[in-house]
Ligand binder design. Structure first.
Ligand code: GLU
Length: 317
Protein backbone atom coordinates (compact mmCIF):
# COMPACT_ATOMS: atom_id res chain seq x y z
CA UNK A 1 0.00 0.00 0.00
CA UNK A 2 1.15 3.53 -0.83
CA UNK A 3 2.12 5.36 2.30
CA UNK A 4 0.00 8.27 3.48
CA UNK A 5 1.03 11.81 2.73
CA UNK A 6 -0.66 14.49 4.82
CA UNK A 7 -0.11 18.19 4.85
CA UNK A 8 -0.16 21.46 6.72
CA UNK A 9 -1.40 24.24 4.45
CA UNK A 10 -1.58 27.42 6.52
CA UNK A 11 -2.18 30.91 5.18
CA UNK A 12 0.45 33.15 6.76
CA UNK A 13 -1.92 36.05 7.36
CA UNK A 14 -1.47 36.24 11.12
CA UNK A 15 -0.03 34.37 14.08
CA UNK A 16 -1.23 30.78 14.45
CA UNK A 17 -4.16 30.53 16.88
CA UNK A 18 -5.50 27.76 19.03
CA UNK A 19 -7.84 26.49 16.28
CA UNK A 20 -4.97 26.22 13.78
CA UNK A 21 -2.88 24.35 16.34
CA UNK A 22 -5.79 21.95 16.99
CA UNK A 23 -6.14 21.19 13.31
CA UNK A 24 -2.37 20.87 12.81
CA UNK A 25 -2.16 18.36 15.69
CA UNK A 26 -4.88 16.19 14.14
CA UNK A 27 -3.28 16.35 10.68
CA UNK A 28 0.06 15.36 12.19
CA UNK A 29 -1.39 12.54 14.31
CA UNK A 30 -3.42 11.14 11.47
CA UNK A 31 -0.40 10.87 9.18
CA UNK A 32 2.15 9.81 11.80
CA UNK A 33 -0.06 7.21 13.44
CA UNK A 34 -0.22 5.44 10.09
CA UNK A 35 3.50 5.79 9.39
CA UNK A 36 2.85 8.54 6.87
CA UNK A 37 4.75 11.71 5.97
CA UNK A 38 3.74 15.38 6.01
CA UNK A 39 4.50 18.42 3.93
CA UNK A 40 4.22 22.09 4.76
CA UNK A 41 2.90 24.37 2.05
CA UNK A 42 2.58 28.11 2.60
CA UNK A 43 -0.67 29.38 1.12
CA UNK A 44 0.57 32.93 0.68
CA UNK A 45 -1.21 33.74 -2.59
CA UNK A 46 -2.81 36.94 -1.44
CA UNK A 47 -0.06 39.57 -1.38
CA UNK A 48 -2.27 42.00 0.55
CA UNK A 49 -2.74 39.67 3.49
CA UNK A 50 0.27 37.33 3.59
CA UNK A 51 3.57 38.15 5.28
CA UNK A 52 6.79 36.21 5.20
CA UNK A 53 7.30 37.11 8.86
CA UNK A 54 4.06 35.27 9.74
CA UNK A 55 5.23 32.27 7.73
CA UNK A 56 8.48 32.17 9.74
CA UNK A 57 6.53 32.37 13.00
CA UNK A 58 4.16 29.63 11.85
CA UNK A 59 7.07 27.28 11.29
CA UNK A 60 8.54 28.18 14.64
CA UNK A 61 5.21 27.63 16.39
CA UNK A 62 4.78 24.20 14.74
CA UNK A 63 8.26 23.21 15.86
CA UNK A 64 7.60 24.50 19.35
CA UNK A 65 4.50 22.30 19.50
CA UNK A 66 6.60 19.31 18.43
CA UNK A 67 4.84 18.93 15.07
CA UNK A 68 7.44 18.17 12.40
CA UNK A 69 7.23 17.73 8.65
CA UNK A 70 9.35 16.00 6.03
CA UNK A 71 9.19 18.23 2.99
CA UNK A 72 8.15 21.73 2.15
CA UNK A 73 8.66 25.25 3.42
CA UNK A 74 11.51 25.50 5.88
CA UNK A 75 13.10 22.18 4.87
CA UNK A 76 16.52 22.84 3.41
CA UNK A 77 17.18 21.98 -0.21
CA UNK A 78 16.52 23.55 -3.58
CA UNK A 79 12.97 22.19 -3.63
CA UNK A 80 11.96 24.47 -0.76
CA UNK A 81 10.88 27.23 -3.15
CA UNK A 82 8.21 24.97 -4.60
CA UNK A 83 6.13 25.01 -1.46
CA UNK A 84 5.35 28.72 -1.35
CA UNK A 85 2.24 29.37 -3.42
CA UNK A 86 3.32 32.94 -4.16
CA UNK A 87 6.23 31.45 -6.15
CA UNK A 88 4.14 28.99 -8.15
CA UNK A 89 2.33 31.27 -10.56
CA UNK A 90 3.67 29.53 -13.65
CA UNK A 91 2.27 26.26 -12.37
CA UNK A 92 -1.14 27.82 -11.88
CA UNK A 93 -1.05 29.31 -15.39
CA UNK A 94 -0.52 25.78 -16.64
CA UNK A 95 -3.39 24.47 -14.54
CA UNK A 96 -5.67 27.19 -15.88
CA UNK A 97 -4.60 26.55 -19.48
CA UNK A 98 -5.63 22.90 -19.16
CA UNK A 99 -9.14 23.95 -18.19
CA UNK A 100 -9.24 26.56 -20.92
CA UNK A 101 -8.53 23.83 -23.42
CA UNK A 102 -11.59 22.02 -22.14
CA UNK A 103 -13.58 25.21 -22.88
CA UNK A 104 -14.80 25.56 -19.34
CA UNK A 105 -13.54 29.06 -18.55
CA UNK A 106 -15.02 32.47 -19.17
CA UNK A 107 -14.24 36.05 -18.16
CA UNK A 108 -16.55 37.68 -15.62
CA UNK A 109 -16.87 41.44 -15.52
CA UNK A 110 -19.39 41.73 -12.70
CA UNK A 111 -18.75 44.32 -10.03
CA UNK A 112 -19.02 43.58 -6.33
CA UNK A 113 -22.37 45.39 -6.24
CA UNK A 114 -23.71 43.30 -9.12
CA UNK A 115 -22.61 40.10 -7.42
CA UNK A 116 -24.17 41.00 -4.10
CA UNK A 117 -27.49 42.17 -5.48
CA UNK A 118 -30.32 41.70 -3.01
CA UNK A 119 -31.90 38.82 -4.90
CA UNK A 120 -28.65 36.82 -5.18
CA UNK A 121 -29.02 33.32 -3.66
CA UNK A 122 -26.46 32.16 -1.12
CA UNK A 123 -24.64 28.85 -0.71
CA UNK A 124 -24.37 27.00 2.63
CA UNK A 125 -21.10 28.78 3.42
CA UNK A 126 -22.73 32.18 2.94
CA UNK A 127 -21.11 32.83 -0.44
CA UNK A 128 -23.22 34.24 -3.24
CA UNK A 129 -24.17 31.68 -5.88
CA UNK A 130 -23.19 33.29 -9.15
CA UNK A 131 -26.05 33.91 -11.55
CA UNK A 132 -24.06 33.03 -14.65
CA UNK A 133 -24.58 36.55 -15.97
CA UNK A 134 -21.30 36.73 -17.91
CA UNK A 135 -21.38 33.12 -19.11
CA UNK A 136 -23.30 33.88 -22.27
CA UNK A 137 -21.55 37.07 -23.42
CA UNK A 138 -20.65 37.12 -27.10
CA UNK A 139 -17.00 37.62 -28.15
CA UNK A 140 -17.91 41.19 -29.17
CA UNK A 141 -19.47 41.96 -25.82
CA UNK A 142 -16.41 40.57 -24.06
CA UNK A 143 -14.09 42.69 -26.14
CA UNK A 144 -16.09 45.82 -25.42
CA UNK A 145 -16.12 45.16 -21.67
CA UNK A 146 -12.42 44.36 -21.56
CA UNK A 147 -11.66 47.97 -22.48
CA UNK A 148 -13.09 49.14 -19.16
CA UNK A 149 -12.48 46.36 -16.73
CA UNK A 150 -10.07 43.51 -16.13
CA UNK A 151 -12.17 40.38 -15.72
CA UNK A 152 -12.03 37.60 -13.18
CA UNK A 153 -11.89 34.07 -14.65
CA UNK A 154 -14.73 31.71 -13.77
CA UNK A 155 -15.29 28.06 -14.47
CA UNK A 156 -18.67 26.86 -15.71
CA UNK A 157 -19.88 24.04 -13.47
CA UNK A 158 -22.23 21.28 -14.61
CA UNK A 159 -25.54 20.13 -13.08
CA UNK A 160 -23.69 17.34 -11.35
CA UNK A 161 -23.87 15.95 -7.85
CA UNK A 162 -20.46 15.45 -6.27
CA UNK A 163 -20.58 13.23 -3.24
CA UNK A 164 -17.84 11.95 -0.97
CA UNK A 165 -17.43 10.35 2.43
CA UNK A 166 -15.62 12.50 4.91
CA UNK A 167 -13.68 10.56 7.55
CA UNK A 168 -15.10 12.80 10.28
CA UNK A 169 -18.42 14.05 9.00
CA UNK A 170 -19.72 11.19 6.89
CA UNK A 171 -21.34 11.58 3.48
CA UNK A 172 -21.46 15.08 2.03
CA UNK A 173 -22.90 15.95 -1.37
CA UNK A 174 -23.48 19.06 -3.44
CA UNK A 175 -25.03 19.73 -6.78
CA UNK A 176 -22.41 22.05 -8.23
CA UNK A 177 -24.72 24.16 -10.35
CA UNK A 178 -27.44 24.52 -7.74
CA UNK A 179 -25.49 24.68 -4.48
CA UNK A 180 -22.32 26.40 -5.55
CA UNK A 181 -22.47 27.97 -9.02
CA UNK A 182 -19.68 28.96 -11.40
CA UNK A 183 -16.72 29.88 -9.22
CA UNK A 184 -13.67 32.07 -9.63
CA UNK A 185 -10.28 30.60 -10.48
CA UNK A 186 -8.43 33.88 -10.95
CA UNK A 187 -9.50 37.15 -9.43
CA UNK A 188 -9.72 40.34 -11.44
CA UNK A 189 -6.50 41.57 -9.79
CA UNK A 190 -4.73 38.53 -11.25
CA UNK A 191 -4.42 36.59 -7.97
CA UNK A 192 -5.15 32.88 -8.39
CA UNK A 193 -8.02 31.61 -6.27
CA UNK A 194 -7.64 29.28 -3.32
CA UNK A 195 -9.75 26.53 -5.01
CA UNK A 196 -7.42 26.36 -7.99
CA UNK A 197 -4.14 26.55 -6.10
CA UNK A 198 -5.03 24.16 -3.30
CA UNK A 199 -6.41 21.48 -5.63
CA UNK A 200 -3.56 21.69 -8.10
CA UNK A 201 -0.94 21.63 -5.37
CA UNK A 202 -2.47 18.75 -3.42
CA UNK A 203 -2.59 16.88 -6.73
CA UNK A 204 0.94 17.52 -8.00
CA UNK A 205 2.44 17.15 -4.53
CA UNK A 206 0.87 13.70 -4.11
CA UNK A 207 -1.14 14.57 -0.98
CA UNK A 208 -3.30 11.55 -0.12
CA UNK A 209 -4.91 12.83 3.07
CA UNK A 210 -6.41 16.26 3.76
CA UNK A 211 -7.17 17.16 7.37
CA UNK A 212 -8.60 20.64 7.86
CA UNK A 213 -11.29 22.66 9.59
CA UNK A 214 -14.93 21.89 8.86
CA UNK A 215 -15.37 25.44 7.54
CA UNK A 216 -13.82 24.04 4.34
CA UNK A 217 -16.20 21.10 3.98
CA UNK A 218 -18.30 22.93 1.39
CA UNK A 219 -15.21 23.68 -0.74
CA UNK A 220 -14.50 19.99 -1.15
CA UNK A 221 -17.01 19.08 -3.91
CA UNK A 222 -15.51 21.86 -6.06
CA UNK A 223 -12.03 20.54 -5.37
CA UNK A 224 -13.00 16.95 -6.17
CA UNK A 225 -14.52 18.10 -9.46
CA UNK A 226 -11.33 20.00 -10.37
CA UNK A 227 -9.23 16.94 -9.47
CA UNK A 228 -11.25 14.89 -11.92
CA UNK A 229 -10.78 17.46 -14.68
CA UNK A 230 -7.03 17.46 -14.14
CA UNK A 231 -6.83 13.71 -13.62
CA UNK A 232 -5.62 13.65 -10.01
CA UNK A 233 -6.62 10.91 -7.56
CA UNK A 234 -8.97 11.88 -4.78
CA UNK A 235 -7.39 12.18 -1.33
CA UNK A 236 -9.11 11.08 1.87
CA UNK A 237 -10.77 13.99 3.64
CA UNK A 238 -11.22 14.66 7.34
CA UNK A 239 -12.98 17.90 8.25
CA UNK A 240 -12.36 18.44 11.92
CA UNK A 241 -14.49 20.36 14.41
CA UNK A 242 -13.88 24.04 14.90
CA UNK A 243 -12.98 25.58 18.23
CA UNK A 244 -15.52 28.21 19.16
CA UNK A 245 -14.89 31.20 21.41
CA UNK A 246 -17.06 31.41 24.58
CA UNK A 247 -19.56 33.60 22.68
CA UNK A 248 -19.99 30.93 19.96
CA UNK A 249 -17.93 32.62 17.25
CA UNK A 250 -15.29 30.52 15.58
CA UNK A 251 -11.79 31.42 16.68
CA UNK A 252 -9.92 33.53 14.24
CA UNK A 253 -6.62 35.29 13.95
CA UNK A 254 -8.29 38.31 15.51
CA UNK A 255 -8.46 36.54 18.88
CA UNK A 256 -4.99 37.77 19.81
CA UNK A 257 -5.10 36.41 23.35
CA UNK A 258 -5.42 32.88 21.94
CA UNK A 259 -2.63 33.11 19.43
CA UNK A 260 0.57 31.20 19.93
CA UNK A 261 2.49 34.35 20.75
CA UNK A 262 0.31 34.95 23.80
CA UNK A 263 -0.14 31.27 24.69
CA UNK A 264 3.57 30.51 24.65
CA UNK A 265 4.11 32.94 27.50
CA UNK A 266 1.45 31.20 29.61
CA UNK A 267 1.85 27.49 28.99
CA UNK A 268 4.40 24.90 27.84
CA UNK A 269 4.08 22.97 24.56
CA UNK A 270 3.26 19.62 26.16
CA UNK A 271 0.59 21.14 28.38
CA UNK A 272 -0.98 22.77 25.36
CA UNK A 273 -0.85 19.57 23.29
CA UNK A 274 -2.48 17.75 26.23
CA UNK A 275 -5.36 20.23 26.28
CA UNK A 276 -5.91 20.01 22.53
CA UNK A 277 -5.81 16.21 22.60
CA UNK A 278 -8.28 16.11 25.50
CA UNK A 279 -10.67 18.49 23.74
CA UNK A 280 -10.41 16.41 20.57
CA UNK A 281 -11.38 13.25 22.47
CA UNK A 282 -8.02 11.49 22.10
CA UNK A 283 -6.98 11.72 25.76
CA UNK A 284 -9.41 10.70 28.51
CA UNK A 285 -8.06 13.38 30.82
CA UNK A 286 -5.97 16.47 30.48
CA UNK A 287 -2.26 15.85 30.97
CA UNK A 288 0.99 17.14 29.50
CA UNK A 289 2.17 15.01 26.57
CA UNK A 290 4.38 15.27 23.52
CA UNK A 291 2.66 14.61 20.17
CA UNK A 292 4.74 11.47 19.57
CA UNK A 293 3.31 9.95 22.77
CA UNK A 294 -0.16 10.26 21.26
CA UNK A 295 0.41 8.38 18.02
CA UNK A 296 -0.41 4.98 19.53
CA UNK A 297 -3.59 6.37 21.15
CA UNK A 298 -4.88 8.13 18.06
CA UNK A 299 -7.85 6.86 16.05
CA UNK A 300 -10.37 8.84 14.02
CA UNK A 301 -13.23 7.07 15.76
CA UNK A 302 -12.23 8.88 18.97
CA UNK A 303 -12.22 12.36 17.47
CA UNK A 304 -15.24 14.48 18.29
CA UNK A 305 -17.51 15.38 15.41
CA UNK A 306 -19.16 18.50 16.79
CA UNK A 307 -17.61 21.93 17.10
CA UNK A 308 -16.05 22.57 20.49
CA UNK A 309 -17.25 25.50 22.56
CA UNK A 310 -14.43 26.80 24.73
CA UNK A 311 -15.96 28.06 27.92
CA UNK A 312 -14.11 30.40 30.24
CA UNK A 313 -12.79 27.61 32.50
CA UNK A 314 -11.21 25.78 29.56
CA UNK A 315 -9.33 28.91 28.69
CA UNK A 316 -8.25 29.69 32.21
CA UNK A 317 -4.53 29.00 31.94
N1 GLU B 1 -4.81 27.79 3.59
C1 GLU B 1 -6.11 27.50 4.10
C2 GLU B 1 -6.32 28.17 5.43
O1 GLU B 1 -5.36 28.41 6.15
C3 GLU B 1 -6.35 26.03 4.32
C4 GLU B 1 -6.37 25.29 3.08
C5 GLU B 1 -6.71 23.83 3.21
O2 GLU B 1 -6.41 23.21 4.22
O3 GLU B 1 -7.26 23.32 2.25
O4 GLU B 1 -7.45 28.44 5.76
Amino acid sequence: MESIKGRFAPSPTGRMHLGNAFCALLAWLSARSQGGSLLLRMEDLDPQRSRESYARLLMEDLRWLGLDWDEGAGVSGEQEELYWQSRRKEEYEKALAMLKQQELLYPCFCTRAELHAAEAPHASDGQVIYSGRCRGLTPQERQAKEKHRRPAIRIAVPEEVISFTDGCRGVYAENLARDCGDFILRRSDGVFAYQLAVTWDDGVMGVSQVVRGSDLLSSTPRQIWLQRLWGFPQPQYYHVPLLLAPDGRRLSKRDGDLDLGALRSRIGPEELIGKLAFWAGILPKEEAVAPRELTSLFGWEKVRKQDILLDGSMLDF
